[in-house]
Design a protein around this ligand. Structure first.
Ligand SMILES: [Zn+2]
Length: 190
């Protein structure tokens, strides 16, 4: 499918269906108690976010360059849309003042002022830095306890400068939060 057709398909998809709100239950971001607020008609779409290589991101690298600069785990999360193992990145409980930068291009994407600690093992923020992230839609995520054929979509968050996958926008305890993989971030204390 060429890019133009792909974009048209996406527009039709957005027009025809609403992305379901995702409520994360007590088990948390990666737990099993996730209840979709409403089922979205995905029309058979079941996709994992991957950076659109045709999109003119400011920072672009070849696949070989990404693999050379990232660990296997970082690559799978940032370039293939995987989710880190909960609490595998110490940043989930980081409380010091400082800045959070994209590991793919060093853009400041989050700040400690907007961080909140949630005992789910990921880095949660109320919002990003201005002009720092973009969003896309993402299919059911098995890492969140979702069946591959679940009729639900997630709002995926990625770096606006290099396209690296950072995490998802989720509702956690009635709060809309950015649920971010610490693996995709570099923390710089103030
Ligand atoms: Zn980036």
């Amino acid at each position: 499918m060429d890019t133009t057709t792909d974009n048209l398909t996406r527009r039709r998809f957005f027009a025809a269906s609403s992305v379901a709100a995702l409520t994360v239950g007590a088990a948390g971001c990666a737990g099993a108690n996730i209840t979709p607020g409403a089922a979205a008609d995905l029309g058979g779409v079941n996709r994992r976010y991957q950076p659109d290589r045709s999109y003119p991101y400011e920072v672009r690298r070849t696949d070989a360059e990404w693999r050379a600069m990232l660990s296997d785990t970082e690559y799978s999360i940032m370039r293939e849309g995987e989710t880190e193992v909960p609490k595998s990145s110490f940043l989930w409980q980081e409380t010091k003042d400082g800045e959070y930068h994209c590991k793919g291009c060093d853009l400041k994407v989050y700040d400690s002022r907007w961080k909140t600690i949630v005992d789910k093992g990921f880095s949660f923020f109320f919002h990003s830095e201005p002009n720092a992230v973009m969003t896309d839609i993402d299919g059911p995520n098995p890492a969140y306890g979702m069946r591959p054929n679940a009729e639900i979509a997630l709002t995926e968050i990625h770096c606006r400068r290099c396209g690296s996958h950072l995490g998802h926008h989720l509702i956690v305890g009635n709060r809309p939060l950015h649920c971010i993989n610490g693996t995709a971030l570099n923390f710089r204390p103030s």
